[in-house]
Design a protein around this ligand. Structure first.
Ligand code: ADP
Length: 382
């Protein structure tokens, strides 16, 4: 009989950590969170919190002592300490090896390319002259990307033409940070797939989600994605292959572009549950967080098929101040809407404060209900 690991350590106590805990607690696991914020979203529901900076090496060791398995809710963490812990015999999922490759957008793309997974063409650059040389091959527009630390488009600069080169290079640190250029994909749709891999290598792949962004921040996810069957099949095959390549245990997200011709390429991979997978909480029998917890504790997966069309809308802070959710009563007059309020005490304009999910018998019906709800429910700062 397998021994089920019962003490889980999570690095990061934001909304993703909190949602992992909700699933872990249903199974009675003991959860310790490492997060610098004493009032982080996970603080109200974890069993224990280590309040320390993500740079504090001793905090990682303390977390390891309190856990049978360690996981994380974001990838910009101290990989070297995790490597030491792993060498000492602590269990960390997804593996430190996959984390290190994915943390750097260049090494991530490189591994994908070596394994014949389609990505936009890319090249590491060190100065404006090299950016211009890359433009000879890729053409304008082009994306300049910091290889490390980017999220929600921070760390990216669009180079529309030759006159943008210096500005874009300066925006990303004028050579102080490692950067790369990427061919611009004239995509018709952005999609993502949540996929999970178990310790024994078995995998399960969620349906394709269609995402739209505002200011590089995810705004709406619609499932099933409104793309043709051939693109669904290629995207699903790509996601499965990515899971095989990274050899990771747990939930991953593969973000992809689809062009008007139906060509699918990978934008980036996240070694963790993802905002674009929140729809799985109401849309699927076992959500991305549950299957993450199942994977890292050695349990078989729950069913990932879509129960009915689902739309997720992010709720960003509308203003700065102490956060308050408004319009809930009115929103809940539609019984098919469910609101998630992450419990961040401070609202800031554009900060991810919550989301809501809508289900309906049809995609159009779910979109219509979501449009109505988004006029009503808001998170503001007072
Ligand atoms: P982050 O890691 O900060 O989320 P991404 O690299 O995913 O940043 O980029 C954010 C957004 O910028 C993407 O969702 C997409 O809309 C756009 N983008 C990124 N790379 C490209 C590209 N090569 N071609 C076209 N658009 C891109």
């Amino acid at each position: 009989m397998n021994i089920i690991k019962k003490r889980i350590g999570i690095i990061g106590g934001g909304q993703l950590g909190k949602m992992m805990i909700l699933e872990a607690k249903r199974l009675g696991f003991y959860v310790t969170v490492l997060d610098p914020g004493a009032d982080c979203p996970a603080s109200s529901i974890c069993d224990e919190q280590i309040v320390a900076s993500f740079d504090d090496e001793s905090a990682y060791f303390e977390l390891a002592e309190k856990s049978d398995v360690i996981t994380y809710e974001f990838e910009h963490i101290h990989a070297e300490v995790l490597e030491t812990l792993s060498q000492q015999g602590h269990t960390i999922y997804p593996s430190v090896k996959s984390l290190k490759t994915i943390q750097n957008k260049y090494s991530q793309n490189k591994v994908l390319q070596e394994n014949d997974v389609p990505t936009p063409r890319f090249e590491k650059v060190e100065n404006p002259a090299q950016i211009r040389a890359a433009a000879e091959k890729f053409g304008y527009p082009m994306m300049l990307k910091a290889t490390m630390g980017g999220y929600d488009g921070k760390g990216n600069a669009l180079i529309r033409d030759d006159s943008d080169v210096e500005d874009a290079f300066a925006q990303l640190g004028n050579g102080a940070n490692e950067v790369m250029v990427e061919e611009f994909v004239p995509f018709e749709k952005e999609i993502s797939i949540i996929a999970c891999r178990a310790i024994d290598g078995s995998r399960t792949i969620y349906p394709v989600a269609e995402n739209s962004h505002k200011n590089s921040i995810l705004d709406v996810t619609i499932v099933p994605a409104r793309i043709d069957d051939a693109a669904i099949i290629s995207a699903t095959k790509i996601a499965d292959k990515v899971m095989e390549i990274f050899d990771g245990v747990g939930t991953f997200c593969v973000e992809m572009f689809v062009t008007a011709e139906g060509i699918v390429s990978v934008n980036e991979v996240a070694p963790r549950p993802h905002n674009s997978g929140h729809y799985t909480i109401e849309g699927c029998f076992a959500c991305q967080f549950e299957n993450h917890i199942r994977a890292i504790t050695g349990l078989p997966f729950g069913d990932v098929s879509l129960i009915q069309p689902t739309v997720m809308v992010n709720l960003l802070g509308e203003s700065d101040g102490v956060s308050e959710l408004v319009g809930l009563e009115e929103t809940y007059k539609d019984p098919n809407v469910k609101v998630h309020f992450y419990g961040k005490s401070e609202s800031k304009k554009f900060r991810k404060m919550g989301h809501f999910t809508v289900v309906d018998k049809t995609v159009d019906g779910a979109i219509e209900r979501a449009e109505r709800a988004r006029q009503i429910v808001k998170i503001v700062g007072i």
